[in-house]
Design a binder for this molecule. Structure first.
Ligand code: XMP
Length: 326
């Protein structure tokens, strides 16, 4: 088996100095491994793939080809941020693929959560494969594998799902973060100059908002998830809770309830808020959100998000509830 054990003498990267030393070491190692050849990377904008991209841009410049697939299930502003940070600021060779219609069309009428996950995963590989086939001379595939992915500890599912590429597209792997724990990846990303909201962002599932738009996804309800999530994140950031609460998001079920808006009866969706703390995602506790803040979030969501007339706050720890609803 390939060397997949963190070297025993490897110091934990806890300071900027140690991160700088790691970056220098990796840049030399990457140049040595890749030489003048080309590398392909699926850049989701998540912490791990972003740090891999920033490291490789430093090491080999535009011989790194990044592919960002917008599957329509990302949070508000994320695809734009990937393009801004990597193409505009870091000068990355970035291919942006607008695959929103493809994914959403495939998901029409599909309500079973695992089936939704399978469709999203399979379609992602298909889109990535198509892009890879258009490119010449790629010999390496970079992946944001980190040490917990190798240890397979906990239920935070691996999102490095380009492993399912067909036989003739098997590239040599480049995995510069494979011995790092998450906090070390963040320290390296911060030291490389990536924005804080990219480096310190909360975990986000691979199928994205697809598992938070419960049941069969519709475009209007998906927008309600995206907009309410953006409001929640903005209010948490303003209240200084960003980085202090492990994971917080909204979801929208596929049923409606009666309400009243501007004196008229409304029949619209509820938005459910989830905000949890955990060490390893195996168990989770509920973050006590100040009532005043909750009130402001409710007020903004029912007034700013189309199709929503109610907001609920899920107070269930894990167990018995999981963190996600699907
Ligand atoms: P649950 O809902 O099982 O979630 O308590 C535990 C953690 O895993 C994340 N999660 C996923 N991550 N693909 C992912 O990459 C998935 O399909 C998926 N489902 C859940 C969830 O957000 C939480 O952090």
């Amino acid at each position: 088996m390939e060397n997949n054990k963190r070297p025993e003498n490897m110091e934990r990267i806890t300071t900027k100095e140690l991160a700088l030393a790691f970056i220098d070491e990796q840049i030399s190692a990457l140049r040595e491994q890749i030489k003048d050849r080309k590398v392909l990377l699926a850049l989701s904008g998540g912490v791990d793939s972003s740090v891999v991209a920033a490291l490789l841009i430093k090491a080999i410049g535009d011989r790194l080809v990044c592919v960002h697939v917008n599957h329509g299930l990302l949070r508000k502003g994320e695809p734009e941020q990937v393009v801004r940070v990597f193409r505009d600021e870091l000068g990355a060779n970035l291919i942006y693929v607008d695959a929103v219609d493809r994914f959403l069309d495939k998901l029409v009428g599909v309500s079973e959560p695992e089936k939704k996950r399978k469709i999203i995963g399979a379609e992602f590989i298909r889109v990535f494969e198509e892009e890879a086939r258009k490119l010449d001379g790629i010999e390496f595939l970079a992946q944001g594998t980190i040490y917990p992915d190798i240890l397979e500890s906990g239920p935070v599912k691996a999102h490095h799902n380009v492993g399912g590429l067909p036989e003739d597209l098997r590239f040599e792997l480049v995995e510069p973060l494979k011995f790092l724990f998450k906090d070390e990846v963040r320290m390296v990303g911060h030291t490389l100059g990536l924005p804080d909201n990219m480096v310190y962002r909360q975990p986000f599932p691979g199928p994205g908002l697809g598992v938070r738009c419960l049941g069969a996804i519709t475009r209007d309800r998906l927008e309600a998830v995206r907009e309410s999530d953006a409001i929640l994140r903005e209010e948490f950031a303003n209240a200084g809770l960003q980085g202090r609460v492990w994971q917080y998001f909204t979801l929208v079920p596929d049923y409606k309830s009666v309400g009243v808006k501007e004196g008229l009866r409304s029949f619209e969706w509820p938005v459910i808020i989830r905000a949890v703390n955990t060490r390893d995602a195996m168990t989770a506790t509920i973050e006590p959100i100040p009532y005043e803040l909750l009130g402001r979030i409710v007020d903004r969501i029912v007034h700013e998000v189309k199709g929503v007339n109610r907001v609920l706050y899920d107070l269930t720890p894990k167990p018995t509830g999981t963190i996600e609803w699907e």
